[in-house]
Write a protein that binds this ligand. Structure first.
Ligand SMILES: Cc1ncc(C[n+]2csc(CCOP(=O)(O)OP(=O)(O)O)c2C)c(N)n1
Ligand code: SF4
Length: 244
């Protein structure tokens, strides 16, 4: 029997994402979880910059935009002032793992009681597909024409594993390349928000997304690359479970 999925009220009618962009799938998962938890009306979204921040044009709930990389600092202030609200950041990998690495590290170290949804598409998407800290070895970008060379630019940064050393409340990595992985990612997002609701501390879900435009692939090829190549370097799963 066909299942009809109702569009969450938190998701508006228009978005500016390219065809096949992973942000749309992830925005919707976040909205579905908040509505299923009955927390759509008191959730506060903090975006920063990049295609990731176009979520705030689609989002029909409370939100604010921080400076590039600074969403965790803004979310810290909002959550401390309004502990009864759900507060979460939605950040790209350029934003979170490059210019914003200090903010996310220290928010995790302080175990701030907000949630971060980390959208990892392996490039600086909005500005034209430059190398990000998360770009895979050998991956061609507009700043690594012959492929990322670790001799010059080091190894791709595994944010979830890095933050795990700081013992926050919950950390997981999901993907959107298959129905199964989309459903598992949704469970991780729910776990992350529940950790916040129960005041356990900081929670983050990294989600591997396709950026077909800057990867110069069709939407189908981009999803296939996530499953075959990106997940090989960034393993999926819960890295810090609640209560550990
Ligand atoms: C302080 C500052 N530095 C640089 C920029 C330029 N900038 C805008 S979007 C962006 C890339 C964002 O990439 P990412 O966070 O990976 O998000 P995506 O576009 O891939 O979703 C950059 C560098 C800016 N807006 N502000
Ligand atoms: S450039 Fe990439 S991240 Fe940005 S909207 Fe297009 S597909 Fe999505």
């Amino acid at each position: 029997m066909a299942v009809t999925r109702v569009k969450p009220k938190l998701i508006g009618e228009n978005n500016q994402y390219c065809s096949g962009c992973g942000h749309g799938i992830l925005n919707r998962l976040v909205a579905e979880v908040l509505e299923e938890l009955g927390r759509a009306d008191d959730a506060i979204l903090v975006t920063a910059v990049g295609c990731a921040c176009m979520m705030n044009e689609l989002w029909q709930g409370d939100n604010m935009q921080a400076a590039h990389g600074r969403a965790p600092a803004s979310a810290t202030a909002i959550k401390r002032l309004r502990p009864e609200n759900i507060v979460f950041t939605y950040q790209g990998d350029g934003d979170l793992s490059s210019i914003g690495i200090a903010e996310i590290l220290h928010a995790t170290a302080r175990n701030e009681k907000f949630t971060t949804i980390f959208a990892n598409n392996g490039v600086f998407g909005m500005t034209g597909g430059q190398m990000a800290p998360t770009t895979l070895v050998g991956q061609k970008t507009t700043t690594t024409h012959f492929g990322r060379d670790p001799q010059f630019t080091g190894m791709p940064v595994k944010i979830v594993e890095l933050l795990a050393t700081l013992k926050p409340a919950y950390l997981a990595r999901g993907s959107v390349d298959s129905i199964k992985n989309i459903n598992t990612t949704k469970k991780y997002i729910r776990n992350a928000f529940e950790a916040q609701i129960d005041s356990e501390g900081f929670s983050l879900v990294e989600v591997l997304l396709p950026c077909p435009t800057n990867w110069h692939l069709t939407p189908e090829q981009a999803l296939e690359r996530v499953g075959s190549t990106v997940e090989a370097y960034y393993p999926l799963g819960e890295v810090v479970k609640r209560g550990e």
